[in-house]
Design a protein around this ligand. Structure first.
Ligand SMILES: Cc1cc2nc3c(=O)[nH]c(=O)nc-3n(C[C@H](O)[C@H](O)[C@H](O)COP(=O)(O)O)c2cc1C
Length: 383
């Protein structure tokens, strides 16, 4: 198994990644009052020392009161990029990563409908939903029944002012990220959170310019990309994570065919996205009938931008299976990944749980050393 192809550099705007291995964003409530400390810096530094080409941080709340809920992690332990204190705290993280030769982007996050009322750093801030809908009932999901019961009742649609406020919040947080020394910005546009709730017809039933058709449903994301680009200038790359699946519905589809995918994502490419992260549970699956190509392959093809494959790299079970305790093991044979990569299907590979378990995963892949056996325990330790 020759992994050499993954260890070629990639230049994106003003940043050069040493290799194609990217740490996938993984939430971990270890930042009291939203501020990452020296343990968080050490956690990311270990992945940089382990030769990870690009680190995308855990989801980081944007500078908006309704951005974060509790998410089962204890009040206010999810980090934010909001205000000078957070800039100083993140500066320590980026300094440590840079000192180890790493590159790091924060994943900017607004939970939208997934925030539960009366939780998070601003409990009184009502959860925001494009049309007041949390999502359809009776779909395949791993969310618990109590939570579903509390969030299902419809609320009111977002007002134009609320939409403008959230867009501006992304711009401010991107500015804070730049001041904190981050090398680029990653946008969380997936998994049923606010941006995805605009993209998805089930949660966006607006009939105005923010929802009346596919293009209108992309407009919120486009405006966010513009606000971020305006805040950070031309040299820092921006990535956009999207997914067909939602936490509200594992079988959801944003795009039923490549043409729809293009209609949804091409406006984002035009607005300044450099890399699309295709969040799937298994990278090795065909996305649309008639071709073996996966979602990362299709997004590269229809947008002409760089793309990243995600899901089950180096590991044999999907994220939700292993979170539910299904026995999961390391998948030492990277041949299916390398075959697709060598066909130029995608440019980067996103590694989540494997890198959580083993900070030296990228180095091991380069040297052809055996990977460590995976244990679900590492999902709880998050060190
Ligand atoms: C503990 C944990 C936390 C996660 N948090 C986030 C997150 O904050 N943002 C996000 O986009 N994805 C999140 N994910 C999904 C991962 O980024 C990744 O897409 C998923 O784990 C599949 O990749 P893997 O099979 O390599 O683990 C999380 C996954 C795990 C295991």
């Amino acid at each position: 198994m020759d992994t050499g192809s993954l260890f070629t550099p990639l230049a994106v705007r003003g940043v050069t990644l040493a290799n194609r291995i990217v740490m996938s964003p993984m939430t971990r409530g270890f930042s009291p009052n939203g501020l990452p400390g020296s343990d968080v810096a050490a956690y990311y530094k270990r992945r940089a020392q382990g030769e990870t080409g690009l680190i995308i941080t855990e989801g980081v709340g944007v500078d908006h009161p309704a951005a974060l809920g509790e998410a089962g992690l204890g009040e206010n332990s999810i980090p934010v990029l909001a205000g000078e204190q957070s800039v100083a705290a993140w500066r320590r993280v980026t300094d440590e990563v840079h000192a180890s030769g790493g590159i790091i982007f924060p994943q900017l996050w607004h939970m939208g409908p997934m925030k539960e009322a009366n939780t998070g750093p601003f409990p009184a801030a009502s959860p925001l939903r494009p049309s007041g809908l949390w999502g359809p009932s009776g779909r395949t999901t791993s969310l618990n029944a109590g939570y579903m019961e509390r969030v299902m009742p419809p609320t009111r649609p977002m007002t134009d002012t609320e939409i403008a406020d959230v867009i501006a919040a992304y711009g401010r947080s991107a500015r804070f990220a730049k001041a904190a020394g981050f090398d680029g910005i990653a946008i969380h546009g997936a998994h049923g959170y606010l941006i995805d709730a605009f993209l998805w017809a089930e949660t966006n039933q607006r009939t105005d310019g923010w929802g009346k058709n596919l293009a209108a449903r992309s407009r919120f994301a486009v405006e966010i990309v513009r606000a971020i680009r305006e805040a950070i200038g031309d040299t820092m790359p921006i990535t956009f994570r999207f997914s067909q699946w939602k936490q509200q519905d594992f079988r959801a589809r944003l795009a039923n065919d490549p043409h729809e995918l293009e209609q949804i994502l091409a406006p984002l490419a035009d607005a300044g996205i450099d890399i699309f992260e295709a969040s799937t549970r298994y990278f090795n699956r065909a996305e649309f009938p008639g071709s073996e190509m996966n979602l990362a392959g299709w997004v590269k093809k229809v947008t002409g931008r760089l793309s990243m494959a995600v899901g089950g790299i180096g590991i044999n079970k999907g994220y939700y299976d292993s979170m539910a305790g299904v026995e999961t093991s390391a998948q030492p044979d990277l041949t299916p990944l390398l075959d697709r990569f060598s066909r130029n299907e995608f440019d980067l590979v996103g590694v989540g749980r494997s890198l959580l378990h083993d900070p030296n995963w990228a180095r091991r892949a380069r040297l052809g050393e055996p990977f460590l056996g995976f244990s679900n325990d590492s999902l709880a330790r998050l060190t």
